[in-house]
Design a protein around this ligand. Sequence first.
Ligand SMILES: Nc1nc2c(c(=O)[nH]1)N[C@H]1C(S)=C(S)[C@@H](COP(=O)(O)O)O[C@H]1N2
Ligand SMILES: [Mo]
Length: 503
Amino acid sequence: MKLRAALAGILAAAAGIATGELFAALVVPAAGPVVGVGGVIIDATPTPVKEWAVRTFGTNDKPLLLTGIAAGLIVFAAVVGVLGARRRVYGLAGAAVLGVAGALAAASRPAAGPLDGLPSLLGGLVAAGALVLLLRTLSAAAPVAAATGFARLLDRRRFLGTAAVIAGGAAAAGGGAAALHIAGRSAADRSRESIRLPAPASAAPPLPGGLDEGFVTANRDFYRVDTALTVPRVDAGSWRLKIKGMVGRPVELSFDDLLRRPLIERDITLNCVSNEVGGPYVGTARWLGVHLAELLREVRPSPEADQLVARSVEGMTIGTPLSVVLDGRDAMLCVGMNGEPLPLDHGFPVRMLTPGLYGYAGACKWVTELELTTFDAYDAYWVERGWAARGPVKTASRIDRPLPFARLSAGTVRVAGVAWAQGRGIAAVEVQADDGPWQAATLLPSPTNDTWVQWRLDWAATRGSHLLKVRATDKTGAVQPAERVTPFPDGATGWHSVTVTVQ
Ligand SMILES: Nc1nc2c(c(=O)[nH]1)N[C@H]1C(S)=C(S)[C@@H](COP(=O)(O)O)O[C@H]1N2
Ligand SMILES: [Mo]
C-alpha cells in the first residue's frame, strides 16, 4: 500500500512535469519548468560552490545538476504520495507546492515573459488530478486485512491500470516536449547553415609559419563556460540588437544590418576568469565581426557613460568598461568563428568579444542588447556575485608537455606549452627544473599581442623525479607572480608546474 502510494506520487509528478514541459515547448519554449528551477538554483548557488562544481565536473556540471533535481523531485513526490494516501489534502498541497515553485522560478528568470509561469501551474494541476485518480484506486479498496485474495487482486489491477494510463500519458507528453526541443534546435541549426558570411574588409594576417599544432583551437574543442542550462536557440532572421541607454541616437540592428557593415577578422585568445593555474578554459580562434568601437561612436555615447552592459537572450548581463572598448583594441561583435558562423554553443548568431578581458567581463554570447550606463548605476550578473567589476586578464603560462606524472627516459626532453597576456603580449617564457636556474624557452612567432604564444624548451633530463615550473614575462616587463591566488574574484595567479619521473 505504501509502495503503491509512493509510486502514485512519483507518477503524478512525472505527468505534471511532462505536461508542463510540453505546454512550454508549444507556447513559451524558453520557460520549461525544469530549466526554470535549474536556472534559479544556478543563480542562487554561492560562488565557492559554483567554482568547485566547474572545477570538479567541468562542462558536465549541468547534466549533474539536472540529475540532482530529478532525484530530489522523486523523493519529494514519493513522500507526497504516501502522505496523500493518508489525507488527500496533503497530496493536493504537494502538487500545489510543485506548481507554484516552478511558476515562481520561471517568472523570476531575468528574461521571463508574462506567460512563463503558466507551464508549471498547468503541470501542478495535472499532477494534482493524476494523484487523486491514483489514490482513489487505493482508498476504494477494502481494508487489506479483510480483503479476500480475489479482492486484493482486483484492487491491484485497478491501480496498475490507472498507473499505466498515467505513465503512458506522461511518456507521450515528455516525448512530445523533447521532440519539439530537437525540432527547435534544428530550426536554429538551419538558420545557421543558411548563413553566408561575407569576406572581411580587414582580414587577419596569415598565421606565421613554424607554429605547433593547436595554435588555433578547433570550434568543437573550444572550451565552453556559461550559465545556460539549455543552449539558447536564436533564429538569425528574427534576431535584433538594440543599442540604448546613455546615447544620443539609439539604434536597432538586424543580423543583415551587421553583415552589411565592413567586417574585421582577428585572431584572439579568450579565457575564463574561473580557469585555475594550468587549467583548460582558454582557447584561440579566428573571429569575424563588426568593430564595436566604430558602431558605438555612431550612437554617440554620453560622456558620462563608463560601462557597456551587454544583455543576452536568456538574460545574462556582462559589463565592460566603455574606455576599454573605445581604446583602439579590436573589441568586436562576432558573427564568425574559425571560418564558420558562430556555433550555437558559442553564442549564435552574435557574441561580443573584448581582447584583454576575461570572458565574464567582455564576451557576452547570444547578445541582443547593448546598454550604455555607469558602473555606479549597474552591477552585471557576476559582479552582483562578488567578482571584480573590471576583468583584465592576468599574465599566465601553462606546461602542456610532458603531461603530469609522465615517465620519461633520460636525455633531451621537449617541454612545451602556451603563455598569454592578451593586449600586452608575451616577451619571455622561462622554465625551471627543481631548484635549478630559470632557462629561457624559445617563443614561436605569434601574429599579434592578442593571442597566446607557443613556447618550447629542450631540457636535459636526468634520472629521478623532477618538478618543472613555468613563468612568463609580458611586454611591459612584468614577471608573472609566483603567489598562488584562487580565481575568485579577479583571476588566478601562480606558476604552473608538473612532476615527472625520468628513468
Ligand atoms: N550569455 C552568456 N554569455 C557568456 C557567458 C554566459 O554564461 N552567458 N559566460 C561568459 C564566460 S564566464 C566566458 S569565460 C565566456 C566563454 O565563452 P565560450 O563558452 O564561447 O568559450 O563567455 C562569456 N559569455
Ligand atoms: Mo568565464
